[in-house]
Design a protein around this ligand. Structure first.
Ligand code: ADP
Ligand code: ASP
Ligand code: MG
Length: 454
């Protein structure tokens, strides 16, 4: 059971999830928690301020965070327990302050130190939640995620080492479960084999939960969040989005990758490999059935399952006559991106040009400069990928015509349909996204199959 930031945002939320976990005790749950809502952003902001030499600002932010955690712990625990935890939290915050002072003194924020600062979010939330569970009658055991989630040393997006993780799960976690304990651990963070703290990418607590669930051969993986499951589109853009009752691994992975923030894209992989169902559920409305992600759900009548949007995208165009009839050209292009460790999302090519999209990032001017050796390079930011997902795309004809007819007056910059044939993806200006999504949603989700949607 993984609880995201909003599900642990304050004492009320934590009290609520204690109730949810209690109902699952006969099924021997393990709990993975995120940092309290917005805490990771705040930690990274204070690390940034310290790195830029603004120690006052960093310490001020740190003080607010200290007070928030003290208040939450105080509201959750009786006096005796609270005194003990209060001093442990105090030590944590003192060492965080030390760290910020150190960053400021050095005048530089390295990825390694950034990870160290970011790790406080999940360490603090799990430190509070485990005793709060105990105080509510759960036999909880706090587990330091860094003892279990072993990763490589690529700070800020470290890669989990699955064999070692599975080994640690077997020796450190399985015995707790066998003993009837409810292990509580932070998501998102890990450690290199040498003991250096790492993080596995923003939104990574879902991934942690999937790694643990797969490693322990769990019956299912539950991702508890603040909406009733995966929706046909981001409910903030379209309030009339429907809940998707059942979706395939393939569709869910595609959606998560193209921006449906509700699930981290890597979450589905460990689950797929072991065919473990993933459920997306609402901690504020636990009676709702949420979304079930399965390997082979019944085929549905609906053309699309959902529309996802990934904003803050840059398109890079490379035009080169040398591409004509040449071999190895794309290889050279991709080599440049690989050198900058920059992932490419959508690609389309013609005889003499290639267009690619990447997440907007500060390395783009340098990447563009390196690509100049290969041809004329142009790039434009503030773009967004819109992705329609559905397994039925495979069998239907005329799908593209229907889609582009709905948005015929909106300028489409790139179009792609992947080999999996379950998505239709295109790129538009960020400013056109709300209108495009609302129109597509109105066209394809006005009258939906009640077997699949709510
Ligand atoms: P958590 O803190 O629980 O990990 P996130 O903020 O990462 O929660 O993800 C939940 C949010 O994802 C929702 O509040 C919703 O606004 C957003 N979201 C984006 N696309 C979708 C979608 N297709 N279905 C459901 N939620 C979505
Ligand atoms: N707290 C981390 C983040 O905000 C990880 C997570 O919540 O999934 O990115
Ligand atoms: Mg999330």
């Amino acid at each position: 059971m993984k609880f995201g930031g909003t599900s642990v945002e304050d004492a009320t939320a934590i009290d609520r999830i204690a109730g949810i976990v209690k109902d699952r005790v006969p099924e021997r749950p393990l709990v993975v928690v995120s940092a309290m809502a917005k805490v990771t952003d705040q930690l990274l902001a204070m690390a940034g301020a310290a790195g830029a030499g603004d120690l006052d600002k960093a310490l001020e932010l740190c003080l607010k965070l200290r007070e928030r955690h003290y208040t939450t712990a105080g509201e959750l625990l009786g006096t005796g327990l609270h005194t003990e935890l209060h001093s442990e939290l105090g030590e944590m915050f003192n060492s965080l302050e030390q760290l910020l002072r150190g960053i400021c003194a050095v005048g530089e924020l390295t990825p390694r130190t950034s990870d160290h600062v970011a790790s406080f979010g999940e360490r603090l939330s799990s430190m509070i939640i485990a005793p709060a569970f105990v105080a509510r009658g759960l036999n909880a055991a706090l587990l330091d995620a860094r003892q279990v989630i072993v990763t490589d040393a690529q700070h800020m997006r470290a890669v989990p080492q699955v064999d070692e993780i599975n080994h640690r799960l077997e020796i450190k976690v399985a015995p707790l479960l066998a003993d009837g304990r409810v292990p509580v651990m932070g998501g998102f963070i890990g450690s290199t084999p040498e003991g250096k703290t790492t993080t596995i990418g923003r939104g990574g607590s879902d991934f942690s939960a999937a790694l643990v669930g797969a490693g322990l051969n769990a019956e299912r993986i539950e991702i508890w969040t603040d909406v009733d499951g995966m929706k046909t589109t981001d409910p903030r853009v379209c309030p009339d989005a429907h809940r998707i009752k059942i979706i395939s691994f393939e569709e869910a992975a595609e959606l998560a990758y193209f921006g449906a923030k509700v699930l981290h894209p890597a979450t589905v992989l460990p689950a797929v490999e072991k065919n473990i169902p993933v459920l997306v559920l609402n901690s504020r409305n636990p009676k709702n059935e949420g979304t079930r992600i399965l390997s082979h759900p019944e085929p549905s009548k609906s053309l699309f399952k959902a529309i996802a949007v990934k904003s803050r995208i840059t398109i890079i165009d490379i035009v080169s006559a040398r591409m004509l009839m040449a071999h190895g050209f794309l290889n050279k292009v991709f080599e440049v991106f690989a050198r900058h460790r920059c992932a490419v999302d959508v690609v389309s090519t013609s005889e003499v040009s290639v267009s690619l999209t990447v997440d907007s990032n500060e390395a783009i001017p340098q990447i563009a400069a390196d690509l100049e050796d290969l041809g004329q390079v142009k790039y434009s930011g503030r773009q967004a990928i819109v992705c329609l997902v559905g397994e039925a795309i495979r069998e239907r004809s005329g799908v593209a015509a229907q889609v582009f007819d709905a948005i015929r007056d909106i300028n489409v910059r790139m179009i792609s349909q992947g080999a999996s044939e379950i998505n239709l993806t295109f790129v538009v200006d960020e400013a056109d996204v709300p209108e495009a999504v609302r129109r597509l949603h109105a066209k394809f989700f006005a009258d939906v199959d009640p077997e699949v949607f709510d």
